[in-house]
Design a protein around this ligand. Structure first.
Ligand code: GLN
Length: 385
């Protein structure tokens, strides 16, 4: 037998699979992994069916169906005021996570360092490590999970190749503001640092805030890979479709990796989305819909005894259980899953080294009935403790 020398010796199964498996076993309501449990728009499904029936069933263009890329460029112009060349700067990908992996793989070499703010979405660290690079971990500052730019500057070295930003943030729900943008500008100014900007929740942003997309800022965009997810916009996370926008030279390298990995994405889905992307109301209503859900779950959970932390965006809100139990996040999350039968994600799963702040991530992208039922189960569980 050849000896298997793991390329990712410190990486186990993703928390999402672990919690999904446990949730299924205990028939728990799944507020763990982020996905809506309500139906997506039937007209969009119809468009896919029409595309299939009209013969759009062979390989799509490697970089994405041109009509979809044109529609994305048009949307970017409306939302962020930037002219994007759809031929050279947009690549359609099987999801946002793939776009992030591909961007990192196209720039990282062994010995490079990548600044990652923790807690961080769980794919970032392994994506860096599999490329032989080193994650340099900088904690976000509690209680608001704000970015400590001074601390980041202390972690920059001549090996720093990239900084990963994620706004609206998964898992914390924080969003970048104009001051963060200024600090980012000062940090990268006259350096060779690239930026990976994960903006998959661009439209799920609350409290009248705007997405400070890096696409808005020319100097920042020139060194950025900006990654998006269409599954989050059209309530179809299982379609696994997203895209990366990056300047021409960066996209050129991105495509070298992409072309020998998945090569091209699902064809009929791209045609269907191309027609839908021009319907502004589809994405304009998302903030309102999800803000109501955030508020509903927060008020129910508060009554149950959990303390909501601030969430200005994404599908998620963090809740503190410090007043209720001294257990680790993982132990308490597992108890909630197996005994209250509600699944959530321990935030410690988003740190490389064990960090426990007694907070859990709950997904509120669910039917109101689901949120009511989940909160009721949690309330009963807590009252029995
Ligand atoms: N983005 C989703 C979440 O944070 C999970 C996606 C995945 O399972 N890889 O819940």
């Amino acid at each position: 037998m050849p000896s298997l020398n793991s390329k990712l010796p410190h990486t186990g199964e993703t928390i999402f699979t672990e919690i999904n498996t446990l949730a299924a076993k205990h028939d728990a309501i799944n507020l763990g992994q982020g996905f809506p449990d309500f139906p997506m728009n039937g007209e969009l499904i119809e468009e896919v069916y029409l595309a299939m029936k009209s013969g759009r069933n062979q390989y799509a263009h490697m970089n994405g169906v041109p009509a979809l890329r044109k529609a994305i460029a048009e949307k970017v112009k409306i939302l962020y005021g930037r002219e994007i060349d759809y031929e050279e700067e947009i690549t359609v990908t099987p999801g946002g996570t793939y776009a992030i992996y591909t961007a990192l793989t196209s720039i990282l070499r062994s010995g490079d360092e990548v600044i990652i703010l923790e807690p961080a979405f769980d794919s970032y660290i392994p994506n860096v490590e599999i490329n032989g690079a080193t994650p340099v971990l900088v904690p976000l500052s509690l209680p608001n999970y704000s970015i400590n730019w001074k601390l980041i500057r202390q972690h920059v070295t001549e090996r720093t190749k990239c900084i990963i930003l994620n706004s609206p943030n998964n898992p914390t729900g924080t969003v970048l503001d104009k001051n963060d943008i200024r600090e980012l500008h000062d940090l990268v100014n006259e350096t060779n640092i690239f930026i990976l900007s994960d903006e998959v929740y661009e439209h799920i942003i609350f409290d009248e805030l705007d997405n400070e997309s890096l696409l808005k800022y020319k100097y920042l965009y020139e060194r950025s890979f900006v990654c998006f997810s269409l599954g989050k916009v059209y309530n179809c996370t299982g379609w696994k479709i997203g895209y990366c926008i990056a300047p021409r030279d960066l996209s050129y390298e991105f495509r070298k990796v992409h072309q020998f990995n998945c090569f091209s994405c699902n064809t009929p889905i791209q045609y269907a989305l191309a027609t839908f992307l021009t319907h502004e109301n589809e994405y304009k209503n998302l903030s309102k819909t999800f803000q109501l859900k955030r508020d509903l779950l927060a008020s129910l959970m508060r009554s149950a005894g959990l303390v909501p932390l601030t969430s200005h965006g994404s599908y998620f809100q963090l809740y503190s259980f410090r007043n209720i139990s001294g257990e680790t996040e993982m132990a308490f999350a597992k108890k909630l899953c197996t005994q209250a039968r509600v699944a959530c994600i321990p935030v410690s799963a988003f740190y490389k080294d064990q960090t426990d702040n007694s907070v859990l991530r709950f997904c509120f992208a669910k039917k109101d009935d689901t949120l009511w039922e989940a909160a009721e189960r949690i309330s009963q569980f807590i009252s029995r403790l």
